[in-house]
Write a protein that binds this ligand. Structure first.
Ligand SMILES: [Zn+2]
Length: 263
């Protein structure tokens, strides 16, 4: 199974200025291609990564903020072969499916009509996509229904924090995962409400020990210090930690390999 980072940017400034790409990431396994959080430019990022959008089986959107959902309807059009076939799964937070607290649903009824499946997940809900088990994890974010995710592939478990601030006990969600993907919008201890900073990741990794921690979803203050922030986390925790790069690939087999795209 492999994880491909199409866009590692996050937050308003990096998204609006496209300082990093914002197309989300994909997990591609045997017989399953999942696109997670297709933000602005996801289709362009797929093209530039050489990935055929029609190969997508499921689109998962963690919450109703535009840097995570803008291209969700295009992903539905890709999954349904340009709306000509009845296929594809959309899975998302309650806000993305039903709308919550002023956050509107991210798909039109027209797009929903062509999907095989649309499902809203609340925290701790479990589902399965083409044989891969998925559990929704708790967050503390300004979209109160935002969900993290834990996937159980045959090669092992992968977890994604989603946008969240640190809260006591959140580490227990990530027990036993091989790869933890964490949205670290700020460096150092420069915490902002609703988000994780580097020191929060250190706190998390001291209580749970994935084989690899991957930081992504970077805001402006992270841009010039991605690798040094990753090294600081690794030094403080002993957990191998990297800062994701656009188009970076993580190949998870018996061992875990990281592949960067040459420019
Ligand atoms: Zn958000």
């Amino acid at each position: 199974m492999e994880i491909i980072f199409l866009g590692t940017g996050g937050g308003r400034w990096v998204t609006l200025l496209q300082k990093l790409r914002t197309g989300g990431f994909r997990i591609q396994g045997d017989n399953i291609n999942i696109h997670i959080d297709p933000g602005p430019g996801a289709m362009l990022d797929l093209r530039d990564a050489g990935i055929n959008p029609f190969s997508t089986h499921a689109c998962i959107v963690s919450h109703s903020h535009p840097d995570h959902y803008t291209d969700a309807e295009l992903m539905v059009e890709a999954m349904t072969r340009a709306m000509t076939k009845h296929r594809g799964s959309f899975i998302g937070s309650l806000s993305t499916v039903d709308g919550v607290d002023g956050f509107r649903p991210v798909l039109s009824n027209y797009h929903i009509s062509q999907l095989s499946e649309i499902r809203a997940l609340k925290v701790w809900d479990k589902t399965e996509i083409r044989g891969v088990k998925l559990e929704a994890l708790p967050t503390r974010h300004s979209d109160p229904t935002a969900i993290g995710m834990k996937f159980n592939f045959k090669e092992g478990a992968i977890a994604y924090t989603c946008d969240t601030e640190y809260f006591s006990g959140m580490e227990s969600s990530y027990t036993g995962v091989r790869v933890l993907i964490a949205n670290i919008i700020r460096p150092d201890k420069k915490r902002i409400k609703w988000h994780l900073c580097r020191d929060d990741l250190i706190k998390i990794l001291k209580k749970t020990e994935p084989e690899l921690a991957v930081m992504q979803h970077f805001g402006m203050t992270m841009l010039n210090r991605l690798d040094s922030e990753a090294r600081a986390v690794e030094k403080a925790t002993g957990v191998k930690t990297i800062a994701a790069k656009d188009f970076m690939k993580i190949i998870v087999k018996k061992d875990i390999r990281v592949q960067y795209r040459s420019k």
